[in-house]
Write a protein that binds this ligand. Sequence first.
Ligand code: ZN
Length: 305
Amino acid sequence: MAQAARPICDYEGSAYRTEFWGQGREYEDAVERAALRRLLPPTGRRLIDIGGGYGRLFPLYSGYDEVVLFDYALSQLRQGRELWGDAGPGGKPRYTYVAGDFYRFPFAPGLFDTVTMVRTLHHAADAPAVLRGVAHLLASGGAFVLEFANKRNLKAILRRLLRRQGWSPFDREPVEFAKLNFDFHPAWMREQLAGVGLRIQKTRAVSYLRIGLLKRVAPMGLLVALDRLLQPTGALCQLSPSVFVRCQGGGKASSPPGAFFRCTVCDSTALVDERETLSCTDCGARFAIRDGIYDFKAPLEGGAR
Ligand SMILES: [Zn+2]
């Protein structure tokens, strides 16, 4: 049964790399890398970066044998492939680029020992559904490093006190502050993660110093050093605009040996690579492979369904 379509925030054709990350966000970029470095298992077999855009965080994944970049926007993945190619020096790590919808991951259950998702969940109108899918992708005991936008942050609290903001940062429900942009309460997020069997092991409060004036006048290196000192306080309290958690997956899911992709139409993992398409041997759905990118956004027309 096809589910009702849920809206996706699509970065297709956007200048995400050059405009969003091009200038003025060096501090955010540096502190997010610092947090990820502290939470990510440094080595592993197979990692997926969900909503990874052009692969901004790829340099942190060099300890993995295989890395999958997953995004909805083909243009981001094309940029990523131009930047990083298919294989690193000496043939590893091996990179795979996959386009798809985070409500229907096209991967065999339990395929990844590490999953990362940074600046992505805040575009999910149905975050619990995305987290359910992530729990399914994780191998037994695997690590999930999640970044989410925190509605209970100091700026939002101040704005609320000054009556410049209608919504309360203390209310647990997610707030959609702009179309398809959500902030989450840390307690709500903990409940959702626990609900899908993801157990939080570590929490870091990130980007406390994301203040325009401070970023203009203070040396970047100093801000980043201070942020790194503040990050571990996240274990006790989170009032920062961004929160990183590392969770451990329950990992009951497993797949037949050799399974990698999963048909988004019938859930079968029996897909055959026919150079320009992947075909599902169970339902006949076909998915395009273009310029080295697997496209699971929709099956090709004319599949024997
Ligand atoms: Zn199928």
